[in-house]
Design a protein around this ligand. Structure first.
Ligand code: DON
Length: 311
């Protein structure tokens, strides 16, 4: 199968790269605007760590919303399901990822799911650690364990850039504090720093494919045999990836590709082929709903060719 994938990838990446002209690099975090708009790269990793890579797969990018899948897993391990779902719901919101609309409209005023910004900020507040620095340390330890490398670092320039322009996230977080989703003990500014930092973890396609591989194998790293996350929590995360991972394009992506995936505004997409592969994609030009136009096209193309849809 790998030979077949390797043979096809160059043509597909070329074809999908053309879709980048229909997207735009995110600019609301000024540092992200520096990314090359026509880039497209992919790495697919199998259970033994074998890889097929193509295009700009060495390009470094920040995880952005992809990090929310892993902070959710850590929060579940720290608090259990009851603790997490007291503060965040399980449903797609139907609104933009940074929307605050439903926080006031719908009772109780908890975010609809852990993958929209409001939900992810609430989830970050649940991660254990005596200080914000300690929380970030625990997040980094977990991300590095899942990625199987200590070479994962926060891109400080991106984190600072986001902090300087995060008026919307600040509003969301203060709203959550008022709605008592964030506990009395939570300092909103400190919490946001932890959130900006985990969104700013810098990665490449191969590292992201390795993180996806752990999800593809139910929380066990198939390369080392280490159990990193309880299977049940991985199942929860993959369900959210299918229903909310591509934001308001999640339904369309489920129909066209049918695989758990999570996008970020840096143009990254993490995709999971259960029991088979982990996939990391980057294509910084985004469509209206915040997903990489070229990256989505490439994954849809591959899923159709290899019959990956779960449905
Ligand atoms: O909070 C933000 O706006 C970013 N750090 C992450 C947003 C994001 O990646 C949404 N994804 N498409």
């Amino acid at each position: 199968m790998f030979d077949q994938i390797r043979a096809q990838l160059p043509g597909w990446v070329n074809e999908s790269r053309a879709l980048a002209v229909h997207g735009r690099v995110a600019a609301y975090i000024p540092e992200l605007a520096k990314a090359p708009a026509d880039a497209l790269g992919i790495t697919l990793m199998g259970r033994g760590g074998e890889i097929a890579s193509e295009g700009d797969h060495e390009l470094k990018f920040t995880m952005q919303s992809i990090s929310k899948v892993f902070t959710l897993l850590l929060a579940l391990m720290d608090n259990g399901e009851e603790g997490v779902f007291a503060k965040v719901g399980m449903e797609p919101s139907g609104d933009d990822f940074n929307s605050m609309l439903k926080l006031e409209l719908v009772e109780p005023g908890i975010p609809f799911n852990p993958l929209i910004n409001a939900g992810a900020i609430a989830v970050t507040s649940l991660i254990k650690g005596e200080t914000p620095a300690r929380k970030t340390e625990r997040i980094m330890r977990f991300f590095r364990d899942v990625a199987g490398t200590n070479e994962l670092h926060i891109n400080e320039a991106v984190s600072r850039s986001e902090a300087a322009t995060a008026h919307r996230n600040r509003s969301l977080a203060y709203f959550l504090k008022d709605n008592e989703v964030l506990g009395e003990e939570i300092d909103v500014e400190e919490l946001l720093q932890v959130y900006f930092d985990h969104c700013s973890v810098e990665i490449d396609c191969t590292q992201l494919a390795r993180m996806a591989l752990v999800l593809a194998f139910g929380g066990v790293d198939p390369i080392t045999g280490r159990e990193l996350v309880p299977r049940h929590y991985v199942r929860i995360a993959k369900s959210f990836m299918v229903t909310c991972g591509m934001y308001n394009a999640s339904g369309q992506f489920a129909i066209r590709a049918g695989i758990p995936a999570k996008s970020g505004v840096s143009g990254g997409i993490m995709a999971v082929i259960p029991g088979q592969y982990g996939i990391g994609v980057v294509g910084p030009a985004l469509g209206r709903q915040g997903n990489s136009t070229a990256g989505v096209h490439l994954l849809e193309r591959m899923s159709a060719a290899f019959d990956w849809s779960l449905f």
